[in-house]
Unconditional design. Structure first.
Length: 149
């Protein structure tokens, strides 16, 4: 399955960045794409379209990492730390590619497609948010493979 192409398609269908990224990993999360879309509905556009907060593509990846590394016991400090560590590492990798993580900052800077996001090149992505989405999916797939999740 080409998750990058799937996420790109979801975005073209009108789903936000967070929904597109999370939805592309439905097969791994055990949730239906519709459930992931519902969960991420308010996270696009930097949290509800404000562009003031974290990029929705990062939020979608954070949900996937949370579902694959569930912290379900409030007393489990190690579990909490483990999922936080994974989300921080994903965010660090995203920032290493684009230099930024806030939606508004990314929109202003408009980082383009480079050799650092080959999936965007492969799919012929040109639009800003599509590049964020496809790259987030690509980075998350790499990270999950490394973590053997």
């Amino acid at each position: 399955m080409d998750r990058c192409a799937l996420a790109y398609q979801y975005h073209k269908e009108g789903y936000n960045c967070a929904q597109a990224v999370a939805g592309a990993f439905a097969d791994l999360t055990g949730l239906a794409p519709e459930q992931l879309m519902a969960a991420m509905g308010g996270f696009g556009g930097g949290m509800g379209g404000s562009h003031a907060e974290v990029c929705g593509a990062i939020s979608g990846a954070a949900l996937v990492l949370s579902l694959l590394n569930p912290h379900t016991d409030g007393a489990d400090r190690a579990g909490k730390t483990a999922v936080y560590t994974k989300v921080k590492e994903f965010r660090r990798r995203f920032e290493a590619v684009f230099g930024l993580t806030r939606c508004g900052d990314l929109l202003q800077a408009r980082p383009g497609v480079t050799e650092r996001n080959p999936a965007s090149q492969r799919l012929g992505v040109t639009a800003h948010c599509d590049n964020m989405i496809v790259t987030a999916v690509e980075l998350l797939e790499q990270f999950l493979a490394e973590e053997k999740l």
